[in-house]
Write a protein that binds this ligand. Structure first.
Ligand code: 13P
Length: 256
């Protein structure tokens, strides 16, 4: 059974007091919100706020805290890095791996991402593994092959049980922070392509159990149309997750 998921990637935004205000606003809205009980909701602040956000989220059904990245080593002499075990010790349950901003600005490779996925699963945490093509690759009609390579190079070493623990996020790079959303048709086409890829490698059961989120200028206005697509299981939200009302509207955007 695929989970419906809405995750808010706060990126490098909000000062501490603002982050606390945001989590408080969101939790007040979700507290008695029975209709969103079964939807997995994940708040993904910067590392320094993780503990506070996790504590404030406590007691709300299916509300989790995540991190935006982690080290590809378990621990030791890696100045400036944060390990998956540390994130877990602060109450984090999910970790974004391979966000396009990390791939492009920090030159993360398929090999490093593969190690990170292993580390995250080794801590019994959930990787939210991001894939997506640039505008150039889409124009060259190479979007399917780009996404296929991102998935096969960093995830296809996993066995079916391990793969079933991964959440995927399709985030076309040209749609991130640009206001250009993929049309629901483009999103559905890629999500179906990804699910078919999983089916070929691991079989129907795994393919039908993995949640695939859409990310890239998904907001309170367009989420309902995107979430209505049969292979879109929710969203990884950037800008709109920084406004409590919009984030909660997105959580309410699944077809009933
Ligand atoms: P925006 O929603 O701001 O386009 O960001 C999407 C994203 O990168 C989420 O990880």
């Amino acid at each position: 059974m695929r989970k419906k998921i809405v995750a808010g990637n706060w990126k490098m935004n909000k000062l501490y007091s603002e982050a606390v205000e945001l989590v408080d606003e969101i939790t007040i809205m979700l507290k008695d919100d029975i209709k969103s009980d079964d939807i997995v909701k994940i708040l993904i602040p910067s590392f320094p706020y993780l503990r506070k956000v996790a504590r404030h989220s406590h007691g709300i059904k299916n509300l989790f805290t995540g991190a935006q990245n982690c080290a590809y080593e378990e621990g030791g002499a890696f100045t400036g890095e944060v390990s998956a075990a540390m994130i877990k010790s602060l109450g984090g349950t999910h970790i974004i791996i391979g966000h396009s901003e990390r791939r492009s600005y920090f030159h993360e490779t398929h090999e490093e991402l593969k190690k990170k996925v292993n580390i995250v699963l080794g801590q019994s945490l959930t990787p939210i593994f991001c894939v997506g093509e640039s505008q150039e690759k889409r124009h060259a009609k190479e979007h399917f092959s780009v996404v296929e390579k991102q998935i096969s190079d960093s995830l296809f070493h996993l066995n079916a049980a391990e793969f079933g623990k991964v959440v995927l996020a399709y985030e076309p790079v040209w749609a991130i922070g640009t206001g250009l959303t993929a049309t629901s048709q483009q999103a559905q086409e890629m999500h179906l392509f990804i699910r078919t890829l999983i089916d070929k490698k691991y079989g129907k059961e795994t393919a039908n159990s993995v949640s695939i989120l859409y990310g890239g200028s998904c907001n309170a206005k367009n989420a309902a149309e995107l979430f209505a697509c049969p292979d879109v299981d929710g969203g990884l939200i950037g800008g709109a997750s920084l406004v409590a009302k919009d984030f909660v509207t997105i959580i309410h955007s699944f077809p009933s």
